[in-house]
Design a binder for this molecule. Sequence first.
Ligand SMILES: [Zn+2]
Length: 199
Amino acid sequence: MFRNLLSVASLCLFASVVIGCGRQSVNESVPPSITKPQTATEEHASKETSMSDQVVKTDEEWRKQLTPEAYRVLREKGTERAFTGKYHDFKGTGVYVCAACGNPLFKSDTKFKSGTGWPSFWEPIAKKNVEEESDRSFGMVRTEVLCSRCGSHLGHVFDDGPQPTGLRYCINSVALDFKEASSEKAESAGKAEEPEDEK
Ligand SMILES: [Zn+2]
């Protein structure tokens, strides 16, 4: 009887160890399955914040968004015909942004008359807003200018521009959208004009 009890007890002990082990292994497998989605969302979130400045779209999405001419220039590195663009002889005060993603690219006060038939600027709004790449197409060595946010082709930069930079950013009109100066800027411009009104 005592032997039986002992064997039952040892059996119980054995069983509890096995169950315990079983539980333990279940416990071990549960936390990773809980934490995994968490890290996945964290990764997703951090990816979104780090990528928030970049615009990445498929060719099909760009085709839907852009006109055929804009697509040809921006996404296929085309060039619009000289003197045909909307901004080569445009003199508005404001900011030119990327026609594909709205990234601010050039200020109107850095635009100059180059006579080339394309809008020309001597400086981008910020160096980080444009990317420059060597372009050896058509048997020429040129420096291509791209939008740093969406990678769209904008035009080329040459070193025969006016001072203070000596650069000429030769940009396709179709790659640009013009945003007129904000009311705040218009106000300060208005203030500057006030003395003239008083005369
Ligand atoms: Zn862009």
